[in-house]
Structures are given as structure tokens and as C-alpha cells.
Design a protein. Sequence first.
Length: 253
Amino acid sequence: MLSVTGLGLKKSQRVLLDGLDWQLSSGQILAVVGPNGAGKSSLLKCLAGLWPSTSGTVSLADMEITSLSLTERAGQLAWLPQQSQVAFDFTVAQVVALGPQQAHIEVMQAAMRAFGVLEYADRSIAELSGGQQQRVHLARVFSQLNSSLAAVQCLLLDEPLNGLDIRWQQRCLAEAREWLAERPQRYVVMALHDLGLAASRCDQVLVLNEGMIEFMGAPEALSEELLEKVWQYPLTIQRGNADNNYRTLVYPK
């Protein structure tokens, strides 16, 4: 289990997270959704151990994240922030190599191939479009964990679909699903703005609002009343056909 117990976070006297309790089973994708400022990025930073919580704990397979050394954490957790910036004129291959703790050429090439950036390996990342750069950083975090032999691993992706066209959005979600299936004791937590993708492609949905949990459970249990309350806007849910793999759509009334 990935477990969050009584998690609270306060910054500059402002409460960002307030008493969060939830669990995620291995092999599942959790979508974290909510309006701007709901606490999605704050939660992912706490899960990654980047921001120490004010209260409560985060445990990965019964080990508290804060008890792990930096080396252990790098082998078990990979975090993709909302915006990834490279300060130097690195090539694509050099950026992907920032993920693994040691050079794993085959692992890095496989990740670059999966995200369609292997052909850009020798190009400066600054020459690529925003969406292409995002795919480079996705290849980096997947390489980080795929090069590790840690038994328990968690991908933490903060709006990983930013800048991606529909093909690569779907490919990113498929890669996450395939990554989960390759080994037991793997978890994926991703913050998303697309409620339709969260409901269609993820196993669990966590709805945050003002740092608190409004809903945690299966996507099928989401209601229009809940979404309208949280986003303060009239919304309609059109359920997809699971047999034909249609998307669930969430759109304004």
C-alpha cells in the first residue's frame, strides 16, 4: 500500500493540506484532481519527500518516506514537476541520463523510444517544442525507476500531459499502465486537469478542494453534483462505453 495518514501541510501560516487519509493498492493509477490551488502539487511534493509535512505520515509499503535515504528514495520514487526546466544547453540524451543513478544506456534508449524522442537524442533540448520537451522529461523519470532494482516503486507525475497532443496523452497513460504491469509493488499518482481522462484511464480518483479530500474512490462514483460543488461550475458527465474503450467526457452544461 501507498498510505497517507493524517497528512497536513502549512506554509507561511497558510494551510495547504489538512488531515488527508487515503490508501492506494499496488498496480493502480491514482488521479489527483481539483481546481487551481486545491493542493495537488503540494500533495505530490509531500509524497516525494520534497516538502516535509507539518503533520501525519506518508508510507510506501510500510516504510515512511522520510526514513529513506536519498539514494533509497531515488530508487523508489520518481517525481515529474509541473514545469521542468534545464538550466544548461544539454542534449536530450544528457537530460534523460539525469534520471538514472548510473548510466543504463539500454534503459534510457527504451524510454526515449517509448516517448518518441530517441531520434532527437543528440539535439539540444532547447531546440524542441514544449510538448517534445515534456516527453523528454517523461523518458527521464521512467528511466530513473526502470534502472533501479528496488522492489517497491512509485511514479509521481504532476500534470504529465501538459503540452502533449492527444496521441501522446494517450501514449503517456498507456506507458504508465504498462510500467505498472511489469513488476509487482508499483504505484502511479498523477495530478490531472482533464476530468474525462481521470475518469476514463485511472483506477482511483482523489478530488481535492482547499487542501481537503472531497472524494476518494472509483471513477464511476463521481457525480455531477460533486464536481459542480468543487469547481463551482455547471458540469455534465457523459459515461463512456467500457467495452468499446470510449472516453468519459466531462464538459460544461
